[in-house]
Design a protein around this ligand. Structure first.
Ligand code: SAM
Length: 235
């Protein structure tokens, strides 16, 4: 099954055992992937379900439901202060591959970027593509950007961490336990968090953590955090 191409479909496209393909999906399957009528591919709804499907012109026939076990047993919410330029695209792509559940882009005191509404669509597309590529059962949720203070006030995790490069804080890999059901982790922008942001996070139940002795780029830190968490749940 591994060699079959995967495409994400919306649940409303399925009626009983038929998938109605959009024009873009038909183009992708026929023109880009060069599939023909009768060829098989995998359809995934991004919400945990995979099906083996057979192409039939503008639709596809579902042949069987597939079992997919590529998800981590922990729900990880990544709160990321938006980095400059297109750095967030990379964060979405890599952290989706690493198993993140949802990503909350946040505007912190030192965030330089004010994203356009089109950016959210783009990030969601990147998450869907990365989930297809990495054989995820779920496509991570990319939330609307909000102020960091609002995001931490609203968050209600029991295992919430805020990454800080300077200071003597416990390493994340010492704190993550593989029986934790849910983790929230926040990483800052190029200029780092302000003292007020750190104080607010601590008052909201976040624990300061280190990702090692070197200062990581704003794009690297979330990827390292996800790598450490996923490793704890996969070994
Ligand atoms: N300008 C900041 C400074 O000089 O301290 C560096 C900010 S760093 C480029 C961006 C973010 O990555 C930080 O706010 C933090 O969340 C995270 N980060 C980078 N290195 C880290 C480390 N070694 N441990 C924990 N977090 C780190």
């Amino acid at each position: 099954m591994a060699q079959l191409q995967r495409i994400a479909i919306a649940p409303f496209q399925i009626q009983e055992t038929l998938i109605t393909l959009t024009k873009e999906q038909q183009h992708y399957l026929v023109r880009v992937l060069r599939l023909r009528t009768g060829d098989r591919f995998i359809a995934m709804d991004g919400q945990g379900k995979w099906w083996l499907a057979q192409l039939e012109a503008e639709q596809a026939q579902i042949l069987e439901t597939l079992t997919v076990e590529t998800e981590l047993s922990v729900a990880i919410t990544l709160m990321v202060a938006l980095p400059k330029g297109n750095g967030f695209d990379e964060i979405v792509r890599y952290c989706t591959e690493l198993g993140v559940t949802s990503i909350a882009p946040v505007l912190s005191d030192r965030t330089l970027l004010n994203p356009s509404p089109q950016k959210l669509e783009r990030w969601r597309r990147i998450a869907a593509e990365a989930a297809e590529q990495s054989e995820r059962a779920f496509i991570p949720t990319i939330l609307e950007p909000i102020a960091f203070s609002a995001a931490i006030t609203a968050s209600q995790g029991t295992h919430s961490y805020i990454c800080e490069g300077r200071g003597d804080y416990p390493h994340l890999n010492k704190l993550v336990k593989c029986d934790t059901p849910e983790i929230i982790i926040a990483t800052g922008p190029e200029g780092g968090w302000t003292e007020a942001e750190i104080d607010h996070a601590i008052a909201s139940g976040f624990q300061l953590v280190s990702l090692g002795r070197r200062i990581l780029r704003a794009v690297t830190a979330p990827v390292v955090a996800l790598t450490l968490i996923s490793t704890a749940f996969e070994v």
